[in-house]
Design a protein around this ligand. Structure first.
Ligand SMILES: [Ca+2]
Ligand SMILES: [Ca+2]
Ligand SMILES: [Ca+2]
Length: 479
């Protein structure tokens, strides 16, 4: 009885914030389908075939392996017509919720996450039962190609009703699918605000001052006319922005500028509202957004050691992949062993002028070791990376460095490789590769260059002055 547990927990928590009985936001139903499996829904949920054949059922284990995405997490309901109902028989099927008691409030909201890939004559809709009849609440005629969070006001049909229900209905014929998850129904509070998104700055953005803009949403049933918007950078509070306006229940306002900030390095930004209409906000769960923000990198940064800019390669590469660069970047790596595996993609801003270099601060490639020993994995994998240089860095693992997916202008110099299989792999159309003055030790293949066709053959690979030692199979392999 998952929903009873949730109800109890939230009532207990929220009553502590609000002594006025009956005014807490209460989750009436909170379903992530974790207790479902195969074609068996959670307790008290019902699959109903209004028209169709034996194949026409909801599944909870994504039998067609459709690509879905966070925060839809297995198990979740899916009707996958393309996978198991391509039988020339039109189908109309529903997944029906348990009866729920919405008498706690006249203001009832439904939230869920979904993705809808339309098929032939397909349509998805939600109906609500008001204790007497079913009514259409919302209909999706066109696709929802990315996982989307929906908030639907179902007050008109379920507000104050003791025995309400919902139905998620698929109709179609043989193609498309609809998947959803995280169904939440709650009674609204009189005063409840929240920040729901950061609208500016959006990555990639350059170092310097940028306006900070957010979206404020009114989750309360009273018209929201004021709120103080608080924010912090690395948990240091910034000047409060006092917002005024007029937003009805469920409405939001985007692009509210709450201040400006001079972004010079990666920071943690948090934003939350307080005092909606001068009242306490008893529901903290929808208040705060928390975003790691980094301006484009530019200049010199340290990795590892005491008080570094980035503690690990993973931290540095995560920011690099996301934020890009706006001038040449050098990562000075402190001595140490880094048990990590990284993938470097096409970095926004990298160019012949704006290169990215990883080099040991000490200049000793055997003292800065990036290693990863799990299975047959690749330690450092370049995928569409460009204008990258590794200088005096040590690599250790099964496959130590792969230059893949049309990476180009990659320089590997004065590095140290100790691989159990391939030292350096160059494949999939990568080009303009310079490999010089490295020590490449003890692998099956020291350098493995792979091409399959005219368009995917690596080219312009210069290999000079390297020392290859201790090969079990071949020093070089070109295929
Ligand atoms: Ca789920
Ligand atoms: Ca069918
Ligand atoms: Ca709130």
């Amino acid at each position: 009885m998952k929903r009873i547990t949730c109800l109890f927990l939230l009532v207990t928590t929220l009553v502590a914030f609000n002594s006025r009985k009956g005014e807490a936001q209460i989750y009436i139903l909170n379903e992530d389908f974790n207790t479902a499996s195969g074609t068996t829904p959670p307790l008290e949920w019902t699959s109903r075939v209004q028209s169709g054949v034996a194949e026409d059922v909801w599944y909870f284990d994504n039998p067609g392996g459709q690509s879905i995405g966070f925060p839809i997490i297995s198990p979740f309901p899916i009707f996958d017509a393309a996978n198991y109902s391509n039988n020339a028989q039109a189908e109309l099927i529903a997944l029906e919720s348990p009866s729920f008691d919405a008498s706690i409030s006249n203001y009832i909201m439904l939230e869920f996450d979904h993705i809808y890939s339309p098929g032939t004559n397909s349509l998805c809709k939600i109906q609500a039962y008001n204790g007497t009849e079913w009514f259409d609440i919302i209909t999706y005629n066109s696709g929802v190609p990315q996982v989307t969070h929906e908030t639907v006001d179902i007050s008109a049909r379920t507000g104050g009703v003791t025995n309400a229900r919902l139905r998620f209905i698929w109709s179609g014929n043989g193609s498309g699918f609809w998947a959803f998850d995280n169904v939440r129904i709650y009674g609204a509070l009189p005063y409840d605000a929240g920040i729901v998104s950061l609208d500016n700055p959006k990555t990639p953005f350059g170092q310097g001052s940028h306006p900070v803009k957010v979206t404020l949403k009114n989750f309360g049933y009273n018209n929201l006319t004021s709120a103080s918007i608080h924010w912090s950078i690395d948990n240091i509070q910034q000047p409060v922005h006092n917002w005024t306006g007029s937003k009805a229940f469920g409405e939001s306002q985007a692009d509210i500028q709450i201040g400006t900030y001079n972004f010079q390095r990666p920071v943690l930004l948090k934003v939350w509202p307080e005092n909606p209409n001068g009242q306490p906000d008893p529901n903290p769960y929808n208040d705060t957004i928390s975003v790691n923000l980094s301006p484009s990198l530019c200049g010199s940064y340290t990795i590892g050691g005491v008080n570094p800019d980035f503690a690990t390669f993973t931290e540095a590469v995560t920011v690099l992949n996301k934020a890009g660069i706006s001038c040449p970047v050098v990562f000075k790596v402190r001595d140490g062993t880094y048990n990590e595996q990284v993938i470097i993609n096409d970095i926004v801003g990298s160019s012949p002028e704006n290169t990215i270099t990883f080099e040991s601060e000490s200049g000793d490639s055997t003292k800065v070791m990036i290693r990863y020993d799990v299975g047959s994995s690749i330690v450092v994998n370049l995928k569409q990376a460009k204008y990258i240089c590794f200088r005096r860095i040590g690599f250790q693992g099964y496959r130590t460095l792969a230059i893949n997916d049309y990476s180009h202008h990659v320089t590997i110099e004065r590095c140290y490789f100790q691989a159990y299989d391939e030292g350096i792999l160059v494949s999939q159309g990568s080009r303009e590769i310079n490999i010089s003055n490295n020590t490449i030790k003890g692998a099956s293949y020291g350098l493995y260059i792979v091409g399959q066709s005219y368009s995917t053959n690596p080219n312009n690979i210069e290999v000079t002055n390297n020392v290859f030692t201790g090969y079990a199979t071949k020093t070089w392999r070109v295929s």
